[in-house]
Design a protein around this ligand. Structure first.
Ligand code: HEM
Length: 144
């Protein structure tokens, strides 16, 4: 069971990263070309937020059942990574993804909508790239 949930969490990372990249590219394009904010821009930011919140739920579930989450064993860098660093940074990133959508929806002009989406999504992407246990990072986990 744990294995299936970890695999789901690992695969969802790709859905999230692809939607995040697509949102950033679309919003940069919107800022540069000064085009109108289209229905597809709204849809992609909605799908991005749904996938981020799904990942949050799966992550919180893992937090309760994973052997990688343990208090009182902070000298072990793997345990500390998943118990503190990964979880905290990812929650912050998901807050930024949520803010991207809320601030973009509330913005008065199309240019401001694109700008909000672009800035908050970029911040979220940087945090996620830093906090994912990539195969080449010190806490190495598989690509899938
Ligand atoms: C943007 C959101 C997130 C992404 C992209 C992400 C990505 C990942 C990846 C790639 C792994 C390694 C999976 C593997 O071993 O194959 C992982 C593991 C883990 N994540 Fe996340 N994560 C996110 C959010 C969260 C959150 C919010 C929490 C907890 C509150 C969390 C808790 C964990 C735990 C406990 C593990 C270790 C599972 C284990 O190996 O037993 N994650 N995450």
């Amino acid at each position: 069971m744990l294995g299936i949930i970890v695999l789901l969490h690992s695969l969802l990372r790709w859905v999230l990263c692809i939607l995040l990249l697509a949102t950033i590219i679309k919003s940069i394009n919107g800022v540069v070309t000064k085009r109108a904010f289209a229905n597809s821009d709204n849809k992609i930011s909605l799908f991005l937020m749904i996938s981020a919140h799904t990942q949050l739920v799966v992550g919180i579930l893992l937090y309760f059942i994973s052997p990688m989450v343990m208090f009182g064993n902070m000298k072990d860098s793997q345990i500390r990574f998943f118990t503190v660093e990964h979880s905290t940074l990812m929650i912050i990133a998901i807050v930024f993804i949520t803010l991207a959508r809320i601030r973009s929806k509330k913005a008065a002009t199309d240019a401001a909508k694109f700008r909000m989406l672009m800035i908050f999504s970029l911040i979220a992407l940087v945090i996620i790239l830093l906090a994912v246990p990539w195969p080449f990072s010190p806490i190495a986990r598989p690509w899938f």
